[in-house]
Write a protein that binds this ligand. Sequence first.
Ligand SMILES: [Zn+2]
Length: 74
Amino acid sequence: MIKYLFVIGVILGIYYFFIKKKPTIHSNTQNKHKKEASNTNDMLECATCGIYCEIDDTIISHNKYYCSNECVTQ
Ligand SMILES: [Zn+2]
């Protein structure tokens, strides 16, 4: 019996773990969908350093995307 209670406890623990995780994942995907609705791409790769930046923070120069003015001049 003690073994069964232990197994049930573990299952409940895993269950709570996933239930706790699910709402955050759900809200994250909702945020992504909202972002995708306003922007075609969430993140763009900097042509110089390769860092991924949000589209709002990127600088477009010579049809390439840069994360900062430093990368544009490099
Ligand atoms: Zn850069």
